[in-house]
Each structure stands twice: as C-alpha cells, then as structure tokens.
Design a protein around this ligand. Structure first.
Ligand code: ARG
Length: 412
C-alpha cells in the first residue's frame, strides 16, 4: 500500500511508551522484542489472569528478562466472570446458535485495563498480538477507541514483515525467545483460554472435515470415557445470576470454576464449529466450555419458570443481536448497553434452583423450582380444577380463527 510504510515510520518516532497486552506466549514475546527494536520505545506489559491456567510467575520473569519497562500481572478472574460473563449469560447469548463467545467476552475487559494502565504510566500507545485476519484485533481496538478516543494503536501483525508462522519462529530463534512445543514436539494450535472456555484453531483443524484429535482437549474428558454413572448438579440463581452449586454459595469465579470441573468430568461442553468471522471469512474452531454449557441450560430452565412469556420471547428475539454485538467487539457500545439494560430488568425475579443430570457429554435439565415461580399446577393439571373454565377457550379460538376463516372464504 503506497504511503503505508511512511506512515508507520513517522508514527514510530513519536511513540515513547506502549502498553502491550502480553500473554507470555510466542507471538506476544516476539512483539515485545519487535516493539523495542522497531519503535525504540519502552514497552510496559500487561497480563490479565482470567483463568487461562498459565503459570503467571514465569510470564513476569519472561517479560522482565526481555527488558519490559514495567510488568503488570493482575488477577481479574472475579471481574471477568461478574462483570462480563454473567451479564452475557443473562442474555443466553449464543453466536450462530452454538458458540458461547468465550474469547469475545474477555477482550473488552483486557482492553479496558490496558487503557487504564496506559493512563497510569503515561503511555501514548497500546499494542496487541491479534493477527490482521481475525476478530480479536477488532474487539481490542473498538474497545480501546471507545474508552480512549485518541489512543494510538499498534497492531504488529498488520505492520511487520513476519508474515508467516515460519518467519515468526525464525525471528524468535534469532532473539533467543523460547518456542513452545506440544507433546509431539510441534508448535501448538492457536489457543485462547480463560475461565469460560478454551478455543483451538489452525493446523489440522483448518480442514473442516477432519475430526479433532483427542489430545487437543484439556478441560473435558472424552464423553465415551466419562463415568458410567450420571451425576446430578444443582445450580441456584438470584436475580438471573448463579450464586450456589449443590447448596454451597460461591463467588462468580469460584462458581464457574466448580461448574467447569463438574461438566469437564462428564465430557460436557465440547463444540466443533465453522463460524463467520466479522472480517468476512469462515473459520473452523473447536471449543471447550463445560461450565458455561451447564450455565446456559440452567439459566434457560430457571427463566422458563419465572419469566413471563412476552418477556421471555422478547429476550429471545434480541439474543442473536446481542450475541452478534459481543462477537463483533461492540461491548462498549450504546446499543449493547441498551439491550443489556432491558435484559437486566427482566431478571429481577429470575431466582430458584435447577437440577441437571450430567452423563457422557450431555447435560439435561431434570428439575427446576422457584419461590417466584409463575407455574400454576392448578391451571396446568390434567385432573379436575377449580380455577379454569375450559369453555373460555372456545371464544378465544373462534376469535383467533376469525381472520383465517374470512381469508379462506374470500379466496374460495
Ligand atoms: N474464533 C473465536 C472468536 O473469534 C476464537 C478466537 C480465538 N482467538 C485466538 N487468538 N486463538 O471468538
């Protein structure tokens, strides 16, 4: 692109300090080095612990060893689940019917904290390690701009000439950056993990016909190897949010972690899908979301008892739109916040307990109860009742059918 190199060159002289969203993995380690070399600037790293299960002490050591000007490592698990995951589950959000949005929902949190740190340390720029092909660049950057309109954004993947995995690995080798290998000695899949999910993309999965190898999975046992006895789990809700598992009250992060264990032990929550990225291409991904899968079933079940029909159906109409906003990186947008307001209002009386049966990969709702229940057994019963006059249904049906009858007569 004409002028693009110039533009970057001019910009490079002006950046003195940048806050990098640093995972400690190969890509962001290369980026840390590359920013120092190319921009000649100070690099402050920020690593959020959102339950990805990495050894974070070694992330700090790595960043320090590479000469980071400052190293931030923060435990944000509670905020992640309370302020992002739970609000999203109030909406029962599923992208394209199947994806529980585990990566999409974490990006705004990371971006928000990155912007705050940039202000704290007086950095004029922020950087991330998302490639120019994916959704994550969009999610990070829309959040940056929504929170700090004039922030300078550096996306090395769109700027450098390390345009393939191989060149990246060569660069890492030249700069003594360790390259992670899987058990078979190969570079791993493109993985993104947090308390809600683990996602896998790339390598053999790039062929949508190829079944993922069993060794990929890290949070769920294979359904065929799950226990032969089913397990029951009870999830209690208050105001639309889960608050207890099997009678034990737990904070948001601990609760989701507990559900991950329970679901994972029974092979619940594996999804293998092809999704439409915002950028325009289709991509194949494999996901493990054990706790989230239990949660979405349970939340729908408690709503089935406590939400008015009109309210529930309206929520369901808005859900795909809401999910798309989250997927497309529009968490910090007026329309997401408007829909959230409506959803949150609907949850005031969504309380009670749901019982799930976990068995070899499935999670089935087998019971629900609520002090706020709208279910009236007296009305629904097949036995005699003293509250409902069946004759009323006749007029209701007749009037409902009126236009159908007039229409049929007119058409002949
Ligand atoms: N395709 C999923 C999404 O867009 C997962 C992306 C995973 N990101 C990654 N860096 N591997 O939400």
């Amino acid at each position: 692109m004409p002028g693009s190199a110039d533009r970057h060159d001019r910009a490079r002289g002006q950046v003195k300090k940048v806050v990098l969203a640093y995972s400690g993995g190969l890509d962001t380690s290369v980026i840390l080095k590359w920013l120092q070399e190319t921009y000649g600037c100070q690099v402050v790293t920020f690593t959020a612990d959102i339950g990805q299960g990495e050894e974070l002490a070694s992330v700090r050591a790595k960043a320090e060893a590479m000469g980071a000007a400052a190293v931030y490592v923060e435990d944000l698990k509670e905020a992640f689940v309370r302020d992002y995951v739970f609000p999203m589950f109030r909406a029962n959000a599923l992208y394209e019917g199947v994806y529980l949005l585990g990566t999409a929902i974490a990006r705004p949190l990371i971006a928000r904290r990155q912007i705050e740190i940039a202000k704290e340390v007086g950095a004029e720029a922020v950087a991330h390690g998302a490639t120019g092909k994916g959704n994550d660049q969009i999610r990070f950057e829309l959040a940056y701009y929504a929170l700090e309109p004039d922030i300078r954004v550096i996306a090395p993947w769109r700027e450098w000439d390390l345009d393939s995995r191989t060149r990246l690995i060569d660069y890492a080798g030249e700069h003594h950056i360790p390259i992670a290998r899987d058990a078979a000695g190969e570079p791993p899949y493109s993985i993104d993990a947090n308390l809600l999910h683990v996602s896998y993309e790339g390598k053999a999965l790039e062929d949508p016909w190829v079944e993922p190898e069993e060794a990929i999975y890290s949070r769920t046992v294979a359904p065929e190897r799950a226990p032969d006895e089913p397990a029951y789990v009870e999830i209690a809700f208050e105001e639309g949010d889960p608050v207890a598992v099997d009678g034990a009250r737990l904070g948001p992060a601990a609760l989701l972690a507990r559900l991950n264990e329970l679901g994972g032990a029974h092979g619940v929550g594996r999804v293998d899908l092809v999704e439409n990225r915002l950028i325009g291409m289709k991509s194949r991904g494999v996901y493990e979301t054990p706790g989230g899968t239990l949660l979405i079933h349970a939340h729908r079940a408690i709503e089935s008892l406590t939400l008015d029909r009109g309210a529930a159906h309206l929520k369901d109409e808005l859900m795909p739109r809401y999910a798309e906003l989250v997927y497309n990186g529009l968490w910090f947008s007026p329309e997401r916040e408007m829909i959230q307001g409506l959803i949150d209002e609907s949850q005031a009386r969504v309380a009670g307990t749901v019982r799930l049966k976990l068995y070899k990969g499935s999670a089935q709702v087998v019971g629900r109860k609520s002090p706020q229940s709208l279910y009236s057994r007296e009305h629904a019963t097949f036995e005699a009742d003293g509250v409902y006059d069946q004759k009323d249904a006749e007029g209701f049906i007749k009037l409902s059918a009126l236009r159908l009858r007039l229409g049929k007569k007119a058409r002949g």
